[in-house]
Write a protein of this length. Structure first.
Lengths: 708, 147
């Protein structure tokens, strides 16, 4: 029997439950919308910069190198009215409208700089009025970032910075009623538009912000609810500003370009407030499909789309006929430059990231928008990458090595400051992966020898550069073989002489020297250690040679100079630190002996790349079966370490002199190195010595084999 | 062997280097010695140095050090810049760095005895501040010897 009362009771319960559920759901959405929108702070990547180029009279740099760096920073050629970020040049001068930039030591406003060049150097630096400037610091190149999830990159902008015509073009094309629909209107509006497929700006924002990209009815309903809630709680400008910062506008390799702030830098090399109507229309056109309308890859399609946007903007009364025709006539205006992705120099970024992790949380690095000023010198990095890529390609052609191919790593530092100027982690310089410069511990072979000779030379009462060293076979007494001078034994990298010298001084003493040179790894106190049966990474080798290159002053290698917050507040400075690890006399001698390696020893083929006046010091290294080829050397201004070998330890059949040295030579030659000149310490005296004829290497065919 | 021994006898005292007649091949011209420690002609350096001194006087020591490091990137062998940096480190209370930075200045000081003496006085200050009275005394004596 039908029980009316019971039915109504159940019906009431059901209605009540549904209403409660609906209310609960709305409340849940409301809380979510409000908390996420209000608490919404875009995760901003830590932004990594190269060292800024500082131009001053006398600086040795060619105009083309400055121009190249400006282009990479997105500077356009030819003057632009009222809008910095361009350069103009002639044969012997260059004018730059430098963009404003916040450095560690504060804001450097926009400025005009004129630079005169002469003979591969800067002759004068002047301001726009022709007054001499002591120093002009250019904007540093952005060389990547440490990105939040999905590698989203963005530069936040305020609505007030965004040109009106961009907003108008956006509203005209994406959501004509944006300013008209209020929350209540939105309810009826979403019936019309929302369910028909089109989306209001608010809905697009909700979709990007809170939801996954699935296409179900329930998701659609949730989206509509949230859009309404958003419009109830927030005014149009807040929603619009967030939209402009959120919107996805393209892909640069693995980096996602979000927001109009970054998009205007990425596509046009200018800050958002300087966008023209035509440029704004191009960005607005891309909202529909950043890949489909990619102006780099599909310029014609992008142009067509832009013109459509312009017409719509005019038809909606946001642009006059005159503005419209002018914008329509403009070309795309995009700055074609090499794709960068999350970084063009992943190996260097990796080093920066590791140094940062000592002082910062990973989460902060990926979200707080820290600005990190590094020591990377783009010109040096380019030279290192080029030399390694070219030489390895040559070796691959010349020999059948099989897969996978020969690998390599390069580290370049400043001899005086210990700043890492370049780092290459493998033959594919853009590859983010195994970083051989940091993580490949490889036997160093003869690269340890300078430490042995240095230990000897630190005892002037026993050893000088011309002290004879017995190079007879190590195990039995040599049969009166004439000895080598100490410097020759190093120059020719004689193993027996070196081992004998090392054991004479004492292995422990040599290990102590290695430690003082800056190697922290523990080493076994065996004679074989002296002959390089020790695994070190190229970066560790660089640290060790750095101490020699800076005359006995140990300087920790640094990749970072300063870190600031997103708005430029200084957080931390990584100061130059030196520590005298050796007195000047033995350092002077060991450097002279290493100059001998290059002048007349195993490194003499460097004369193919560098004139003898450069007087660089260096050391070759080759390990058993020629598995590893090394060259370590320094000029007055730069120290370079090169390693070549196979990841799987196959015999490369290449010596340090044949494989690593050419990379070093080609790289350094491209950088016009400063000659190496050491001040002679008080305790050292030069004596004219006559070398015994018998000591000339060519006359001693029976001498023990050189092992590089 | 006898020649060698004779040679050894000459070279044995202190640390001798050898300027030998080259056995064929071109003799490289000796590389120019680093700039003398005289006052700098470089406008950029002068500007940065002035800025650093002003910053140091006003107690903005980190900024002073940053400017000096900028200057050192331009002229890494300028002993005056190293000395100025040592002075800033001393003010920052970083005595170990003050001492080694002054020693770095000494390594580029050439024949500038006045500069060396000043570096030794800086070292003496740093050692004294660290409570190393003996070392400070030695440094002051070294400063005296530079006259």
């Amino acid at each position: 029997m039908f029980d009316r009362a019971k039915f109504w009771r159940y019906a009431r319960y059901t209605i009540l439950t549904v209403a409660l559920l609906a209310a609960g759901f709305t409340l849940y959405l409301d809380i979510r919308v409000r908390s996420e929108f209000e608490g919404r702070r875009f995760a901003l990547p830590a932004r990594i910069y190269a060292r800024p180029l500082e131009l001053h009279a006398g600086l040795r740099i060619a105009q083309i190198d400055v121009v190249r760096e400006l282009q990479e920073a997105g500077y356009g050629q030819g003057p632009r009215e009222g809008d910095p970020g361009w350069f103009a040049n002639d044969n012997d001068w260059l004018e730059v409208a430098v963009r404003p930039f916040v450095f560690w030591d504060g804001l450097q406003p926009a400025k005009r700089v004129r630079v005169a060049f002469e003979g591969g150097a800067v002759k004068a630096v002047q301001d726009a009025e022709g007054r001499d400037l002591p120093l002009a610091r250019l904007e540093p190149l952005a060389i990547g970032g440490i990105y939040p999830a999905n590698n989203e990159d963005r530069v936040l902008v305020r609505l007030s910075e965004v040109p009106k015509h961009l907003v108008q073009a956006l509203v005209a094309n994406e959501d004509r009623n944006f300013y008209a629909h209020h929350a209540r209107a939105a309810l009826s509006f979403l019936r019309l538009k929302g369910l028909q497929g089109g989306s209001t700006l608010t809905q697009q924002l909700v979709k990007n912000f809170f939801l996954t990209p699935e296409r179900t009815l329930s998701r659609k309903i949730t989206e509509l609810f949230m859009a309404v809630l958003l419009e109830i709680h927030y005014d149009k400008d807040e929603i619009l500003e967030t939209y402009l910062n959120e919107i996805y506008l393209g892909q640069d390799r693995d980096r996602a370009i979000h927001g109009v702030g970054l998009a205007s830098l990425y596509y046009f090399g200018k800050t958002v407030e300087h966008l023209t109507l035509a440029e704004s229309a191009l960005l607005v056109g891309m909202v529909k499909g950043p890949t489909f309308y990619d102006p780099f890859r599909n310029p014609e399609r992008a142009l067509e789309r832009r013109n459509l946007v312009l017409r719509e903007t005019k038809d909606r009364g946001f642009a006059t006929m005159e503005e419209y025709s002018k914008a329509r006539a403009a070309d795309l205006g995009v700055n074609q430059k090499a794709a960068m992705g999350t970084s063009p120099h992943p190996a260097f970024l990796d080093l920066v990231h590791r140094q940062l992790r000592r002082d910062y949380d990973e989460a902060d690095l990926r979200s707080e928008g820290l600005r990190v000023f590094t020591t990377l010198a783009p010109r040096v990095q380019a030279a290192a990458e080029r030399a390694l890529e070219r030489k390895i390609a040559q070796f691959d052609r010349g020999k059948i090595f099989g897969e996978p191919g020969l690998e390599g790593a390069v580290v370049v530092t400043d001899t005086q400051s210990g700043e890492v100027q370049a780092l290459v982690g493998g033959r594919d310089v853009r590859f983010r992966g195994f970083n051989r410069a940091l993580d490949a511990g490889r036997p160093v072979g003869s690269l340890l020898k300078p430490a042995i000779y240095l230990t000897a030379l630190a005892e002037p009462s026993r050893y000088t550069l011309v002290t004879p060293i017995d190079d007879g076979p190590f195990v039995w007494k040599s049969r009166g073989a004439p000895d080598w001078e100490l410097r020759t034994a190093l120059a020719q990298s004689y193993n027996a002489a070196t081992a004998r010298l090392g054991t004479d001084i004492g292995v422990e003493k040599v290990l102590a020297t290695i430690k003082r040179l800056g190697i922290e790894r523990e080493m076994q106190p065996y004679a074989s250690t002296l002959l390089g049966a020790v695994d070190l990474s190229p970066l560790e080798v660089a640290q060790m040679y750095q101490t020699i290159a800076s005359g006995g002053f140990r300087t920790p290698l640094r990749a970072i100079r300063e870190v600031t917050t997103q708005d430029g507040r200084p957080l931390k400075r990584y100061a130059l630190a030196v520590e005298q690890a050796f007195p000047p006399e033995p350092m002077y001698l060991i450097t002279a002996a290493m100059q001998g390696v290059v002048r007349e020893g195993t490194g003499r083929s460097l004369s193919n790349w560098l004139p003898p006046e450069t007087a660089v010091a260096g050391k070759t290294g080759t390990t058993t079966e020629q598995r590893d080829a090394w060259f370590a050397g320094f000029s007055g201004d730069r120290l370079g370490i090169v390693w070549i070998g196979y990841d799987d330890n196959r015999a490369a059949r290449l010596t340090g002199a044949a494989a690593a040295l050419p990379v070093w030579g080609e790289m350094m030659a491209a950088l016009a190195p400063e000659p190496l000149a050491l001040p002679k310490p008080d305790g050292c005296r030069s004596r004219r010595a006559r070398r015994p004829r018998s000591a000339l290497p060519a006359r001693r065919p029976w001498a023990s084999r050189s092992k590089e | 062997m006898r020649t060698l021994l004779a040679l050894l006898a000459i070279a044995i005292a202190g640390c001798a280097t050898v300027r030998e007649p080259e056995p064929g091949g071109p003799t490289p011209a000796p590389a120019p010695l680093p700039e003398p420690a005289a006052r700098t002609e470089n406008l950029a350096i002068a500007g940065l140095l002035d800025g650093a001194r002003a910053d140091a006087a006003a107690g903005r020591l980190a900024n002073a050090a940053a400017s000096l490091e900028r200057a050192l990137r331009i002229e890494p062998r300028n002993p005056r810049l190293w000395q100025e940096l040592a002075r800033v480190r001393l003010k920052q209370g970083d005595y170990a760095q003050a001492e080694s930075t002054a020693a770095r200045s000494n390594s580029w000081a050439g024949s500038d005895n006045a500069l060396r003496a000043e570096n030794w006085r800086l070292i003496a200050h740093a050692r004294e501040a660290r409570g190393d009275a003996e070392g400070a005394k030695g440094a002051l004596e070294a400063a005296e010897r530079q006259k």
